[in-house]
Design a protein around this ligand. Structure first.
Ligand code: ADP
Length: 444
């Protein structure tokens, strides 16, 4: 039983943490941070060994990564030690707790091949992705009872996500006990700098006061990571960093980053607003919700579910939410609805770039990330088409080459550059976890 493994005694307990209580002896010694992203039927994990020195030197060590998918039935489990070949297994896994137990047994076993982890005691902290932090959490936080209550209070704002994140936290608490600190890293936190005039919706103000109805934005850890990489690659200070970031994955969002901080973002009170996504509609006339409900005989809740799960690329193409498959279909069959889905997707993204350039007073670069943004030269080129007026010209050869992964894809000397930068949310979660646990102020 993983729960029966040796428990590590840690001086830094959740709830009693303060910078003065930081275990300085740990500075310079890598902490093995378990990073968890608990979804409705999946648990993604990584273990990253890092500490302030490694963070400063960019020498964090990713020991392993994996995914337990289809939790609740016969789960499909993917495990990978460093860059070794992935193992794919199946096992009956009933819930998040059982998934975590499975992962921890693997980590500590000889099968994993991870020399750094021989028992539960070799995991020094746990970092959790938490989707919604509301107005309360503007940075990452050590999870104590008050923080957990704060995350629960945000369930109303993210009923599809926060309950799963809480399950991940509770499962880790149960297995590790209070001795291993846990840190919550919020998807919304990076967007806390967005000014009132950009986060308020034009609805009666009392709705904001009573129910906190406003734009929060999501994918913050991803936007923050690629902004940080962009400025590191260019040797810029935070104040000198002006970019539009596009996270294009299954979920898609754009952020306008002025002086290193978001001043606007496309996702709203929930992740439904903004860009066209795999299965989400993004922006639409709000009156449409009532029309769909009335005409299709649905409740407003069901109409909203339709906008979340049956719309976007899937809804328009009628085929799939997977961009790679759509691109292949377009190449091979030139299917009209597939073409339309791609055109609507790219048009919306281009429109947001233009809007954000206007609202932030111009930028130096557009940064593409996420599964589509990192890997699809065609989609990047289509989105950038027609942005020459803004000074952006894609360099076809650079855009199509696969390496280096972090690279400029625009021609030299453009007024507005374009970059592809792979995201790494887990790395930031591990780094924030270490900083929170050690009481080291984090730089962004
Ligand atoms: P998530 O948002 O779930 O983390 P990802 O960031 O992995 O998802 O993005 C998934 C999307 O990226 C899918 O639509 C997938 O088809 C697309 N994608 C991945 N690789 C490529 C590729 N080489 N070309 C086009 N699209 C790709």
């Amino acid at each position: 039983m993983a729960g029966a493994m040796v428990r590590r005694q840690c001086a830094n307990r959740p709830g009693t943490h303060s910078p003065s209580a930081a275990p300085h002896a740990t500075l310079g010694t890598a902490m093995n941070v378990l990073v968890l992203n608990a979804g409705s039927s999946s648990l993604k994990f990584q273990v990253i060994a890092t500490d302030p020195d490694r963070i400063a030197a960019g020498r964090d060590d990713r020991l392993c990564r994996g995914l337990v998918d289809r939790i609740g039935g016969e789960a499909v489990i993917t495990l990978q030690h460093r860059d070794r070949p992935r193992q794919i297994l199946t096992a009956p896994i009933r819930d998040i707790s059982a998934a975590l137990d499975y992962v921890l047994r693997w980590l500590a076993s000889d099968h994993s091949g991870i020399d750094e982890i021989n028992s539960l005691g070799d995991i020094h902290a746990v970092g959790h992705r938490v989707v919604h932090g509301g107005e309360r959490f503007t940075e990452s936080a050590i999870v104590d009872d008050a923080v957990l209550k704060g995350i629960e209070d945000c369930i109303d704002l993210a009923p599809l996500h926060n309950p799963n994140n809480i399950k991940g936290i509770l499962a880790a608490r149960e297995i590790f006990g209070a001795a291993v600190p846990q840190v919550a890293v919020f998807d919304t936190a990076f967007h806390a700098s967005i000014p009132e005039f950009a986060y308020l919706y034009a609805v009666p103000y009392h709705l904001y006061r009573r129910h906190r109805i406003r734009r929060y934005g999501f994918h913050g850890t991803s936007h923050r990571y690629v902004t940080y990489r962009y400025r590191t690659l260019h040797n810029l200070t935070r104040e000198q960093t002006h970019v539009v970031t596009l996270h294009l994955g299954n979920g898609c969002s754009a952020a306008a980053i002025r002086a290193g901080h978001p001043v606007d973002t496309s996702m709203g009170m929930t992740p439904l607003e903004g860009l066209v996504m795999g299965t989400r509609s993004g922006d639409l006339d709000p009156a449409i919700v009532g029309v769909i409900a009335a005409k299709e005989g649905l409740s407003t809740h069901d109409a909203e579910t339709l906008l979340n799960t049956q719309s976007g690329l899937l809804g328009i193409s009628g085929l799939t939410n997977d961009m790679r498959t759509l691109e292949q279909e377009l190449r091979e069959h030139d299917d009209r609805r597939v073409r339309l889905a791609i055109e609507v997707f790219c048009h919306r993204a281009r429109k947001y770039i233009g809007a954000f350039l206007a609202s932030m007073g111009g930028a130096d670069a557009v940064v593409f990330t996420g599964g589509i943004g990192e890997n699809s030269p065609d989609i990047r080129a289509r989105i950038c088409q027609g942005l020459e007026w803004a000074g952006l010209e894609v360099d076809d050869a650079r855009n199509r080459q696969a390496e280096p992964r972090e690279r400029q894809i625009s021609k030299d000397g453009c007024r507005l550059a374009a970059w592809a930068i792979p995201t790494d949310e887990e790395l930031l979660i591990a780094r924030d976890t270490v900083r929170c646990v050690l009481g080291v102020p984090h730089p962004s």
